[in-house]
Design a protein around this ligand. Structure first.
Ligand SMILES: [Zn+2]
Length: 375
């Protein structure tokens, strides 16, 4: 028996009749220039180039791109793509629910919640006795705006590694929101401007503010209005939200406004009275990164699993083989190998943070983090 398809989590291989030749994981999913390709199923997962059939994990622009012949995704991901790219973002679309199974060619696929943003999914691809889970972006931390991450037992687990270094420990997002509220209480004459990615992070910060008891209106940069009202239309409670456009400067004292990260460092901020600039991101663990961006109030709130989340999830899946992609692959591959797991980096390109302005220096941030901690 091929040791690579054995796993405690899947468990079923031990009873497999010896005359059935197990499918090798690479026959099922293979890195290709367009993205992860499933030849027996005739589709790509999160393709970065236009393909005939795409299966998409979530709505962030580095995973969900326009121009495919057909797209299979959750209803929320399809809706977000429609909002961003217009009605003709794909030739055909099909919605699939969490837990629903679908036959594509010779394989079966099933979507499971990834806990990353609204509608985000891990995709389990099974053929014969082999199951590979492509988790896309994920987090195991609680998030009031999306379905919680589900551990899916599998033979091969494909994990992201955005924060794949031991220095990245995100802590409790609710505590970070308390810091923001303490600052608002301390500086009632100043506006608070919170940089956050438009899809997912902004809505999570708003929901966390509401959970912390903050019930004043929250102001939104124009770029966030559409996606935020979409969240509300899907039943995510966000309280009273107002567009910041047209509001008098003096009236913004003591208020909180959410804006895309790029907006918090440009001329747009002049409409706010003496703004306190905050930024909600896992990268805010790196003090040099916060300083370099001119962030006065760094908030360590991430929609990606931190080091403990990544390693705990890898263990929980029971997978005997781990493929590591987009981020800090090396440390996570090493961690897997020291635990006797077959692991390797997956050469996939084109994935990074949602906001293009953030993509340039992930490696730099990791170096900075290592320098700060002596790691
Ligand atoms: Zn994402």
């Amino acid at each position: 028996m091929d040791a690579r398809v054995k796993s405690a989590g899947a468990g079923k291989n031990s009873r497999k009749p010896p005359y059935i030749i197990p499918m090798r994981p690479h026959d099922l999913l293979l890195p290709a220039p367009a993205g992860l390709c499933c030849q027996p199923g005739g589709f790509h997962i999160d393709p970065v180039r236009p393909v005939e059939r795409a299966v998409i994990t979530h709505g962030h622009s580095d995973h969900a791109r326009p121009g495919h012949g057909a797209v299979l995704a959750t209803q929320e991901t399809l809706d977000m793509m429609r909002l961003r790219y217009g009605d003709n973002f794909a030739g055909r679309t099909q919605a699939i629910a969490y837990g629903e199974e679908l036959r594509l060619g010779d394989v079966t696929i099933k979507f499971h919640p990834a806990g990353h943003v609204l509608g985000s999914a891990q995709i389990a691809v099974s053929c014969k006795d082999t199951c590979i889970v492509a988790s896309g972006d994920y987090k195991d931390a609680p998030d009031p705006t999306c379905a919680p991450f589900e551990v899916v037992p599998c033979d091969v687990f494909i994990t992201e590694a955005t924060f794949g270094l031991p220095v990245f420990r995100h802590g409790n997002a609710a505590d970070e929101v308390k810091k923001l509220l303490a600052s608002v209480a301390l500086f009632p004459e100043r506006a608070h401007l919170v940089g956050a990615y438009s899809l997912g992070k902004a809505q999570r910060v708003i929901a966390l503010l509401r959970l912390a008891g903050y019930d004043a209106p929250i102001y939104l940069h124009g770029a966030m209005e559409q996606i935020t009202s979409y969240y509300q239309s899907r039943g995510v409670a966000l309280g009273e939200l107002r567009p910041v456009k047209g509001v008098k400067k003096a009236d913004l004292a003591g208020t909180i406004t959410l804006a895309p990260p790029s907006a918090t460092s440009d001329i747009w901020t002049r409409r706010f009275p003496d703004p306190v600039t905050a930024f909600a991101s896992g990268w805010m663990r790196v003090r040099a990164r916060a300083r370099q961006r001119g962030v006065e109030l760094p908030l360590v709130i991430s929609d990606h699993a931190d080091w403990d989340g990544l390693t705990a999830t890898i263990s929980a899946t029971g997978a005997g083989e781990i493929w590591v992609t987009h981020g800090q692959e090396d440390a996570l591959v090493h961690w897997c190998q020291t635990r006797g797991l077959a692991a390797r980096p997956l050469a996939l390109v084109g994935y990074g943070d949602e906001d293009e302005h953030e993509q340039e220096s992930d490696k730099t941030a990791a170096d900075e983090a290592a320098a700060e901690t002596g790691a």
